[in-house]
Design a protein around this ligand. Structure first.
Ligand code: IPM
Ligand code: MG
Length: 361
């Protein structure tokens, strides 16, 4: 039976880059026999404009029925003045919560072809291969109570709650140890256990799960030190596991080590491997509509989707090889451009990937 993929282009550069990823998917379907059905729905600002809310019930329903979801990005200047409860970002958070996508895998891999794109010295980043496992449906992003209240003094106070149940920490740590077992066999659990009780518990649970995995080395690191170590000596890391907000911050930092956030895909998975896949960069409203966004992170998100949710590792490898080939050919979007390379736009990059795929049909 065909696997159902729901496409959510979203906002900003979302539609442009998703368009190129869909070209690659369609090529795999038409030329290589990948059995998929594609459907499309609204999320984020696009959904606010059309329906008044960032996550229409039909979109969540379609996402629940699908085998996997491919998302572009959400958000933009146009919706920034809206109340936080109905902003485009709530569409994304609603999908994560509604689909119980608690495990966010964010690889930071340095493509050898792009070693010059990093602001760090080549010897610090060459061969870099880190996987950040970010808890995605708990922590301060979702903790209650939250809001802005007026104190007796008349002054306003904003507040959010950082809370994790043991079971939530346990399940994300298990994911981290499982993937570490298939890679470098090293987990670094990142917390702020010297200050926050919640992450003191995090450390305790991580240690307990670690004890069940004798073959995997576990280290703990405070988040401030982790941020520093990421730029000082990033290759010391294999898998990093951390809370929702620490993971949000550290994954941007890790992404930039590779030179371009425009190259990095991500997977958000539930307990059964169903997932939503998206580039880790955002909607980049400043370059939306200009045809210059890098579609490779979204195309590589398709590869992750094929591997993790559709069990199509060979198809995933086809996409990864095609991306490798266009980089070898010297094609670069502006974010990864370097002297001597050929600068191309979003569409030309997508077309080149499809061409590289077809060349091996
Ligand atoms: C991310 C983004 C989101 C987050 C925003 C858009 C809500 O920054 O996926 O990292 O904070 O999780
Ligand atoms: Mg982020």
């Amino acid at each position: 039976m065909s696997k159902k993929i729901l496409i959510l282009p979203g906002d900003g550069i979302g539609p442009e880059i998703v368009n190129e990823a869909v070209k690659a998917l369609t090529c795999l379907r038409d030329d290589f026999g990948l059995d998929v059905d594609l459907d499309e729905a609204l999320v984020g600002g696009a959904a606010i404009d059309a329906t008044g809310g960032p996550l229409p019930a039909t979109t969540l329903e379609l996402a629940k029925e699908a085998d996997a979801v491919l998302l572009g990005a959400v958000g933009g200047y146009k919706w920034e003045s809206l109340d936080i409860a109905i902003r485009p970002e709530k569409g994304l958070l609603g999908l994560r919560a509604g689909l119980d996508l608690f495990a966010n895998l964010r690889p930071a891999i340095l493509y050898p072809q792009l070693a010059d794109a990093s602001t760090l010295k080549p010897e610090v980043v060459s061969g870099l291969d880190i996987l950040i496992v970010r808890e995605l449906t708990g922590g301060i992003y979702f903790g209650q109570p939250r809001g802005v209240r007026t104190l007796d003094s008349g002054e306003r106070e904003g507040y959010n709650t950082l809370a994790y149940r043991e079971s939530e920490i346990e399940r994300i740590c298990r994911v981290a140890f499982d993937v570490a077992g298939k890679r470098g066999k090293h987990v670094c659990s990142v917390d702020k256990a010297n200050v926050l009780e919640c992450t003191e518990l995090w450390r305790e649970v991580a240690t307990r799960i670690g004890a069940e995995h004798a073959d995997i080395e576990l280290h703990h690191m405070y988040v401030d030190n982790a941020a520093m170590q990421l730029v000082r000596e990033p290759k010391q890391f294999d898998v990093m596991v951390t809370t929702n907000m620490f993971g949000d911050i550290l994954s941007d930092c890790a992404a930039m080590l590779t030179g371009s956030i425009g190259m990095l895909p991500s997977a958000s998975l539930d307990e059964n491997g169903k997932g939503m896949y998206e580039p880790i960069h955002g909607s980049a409203p400043d370059i939306a509509g200009k045809g210059i966004a890098n579609p490779l992170a979204t195309i590589l998100s398709v590869a992750m989707l094929l591997r993790y949710s559709l069990n199509e590792a060979a198809m995933a490898a086809r996409i990864e090889r095609a991306v490798d080939e266009v980089l070898d050919d010297g094609l670069r979007t502006t974010d990864i451009h370097s002297p001597g390379a050929t600068e191309v736009g979003t569409e030309a990059m997508g077309d080149a990937v499809v061409e590289a795929l077809r060349a091996r049909a």
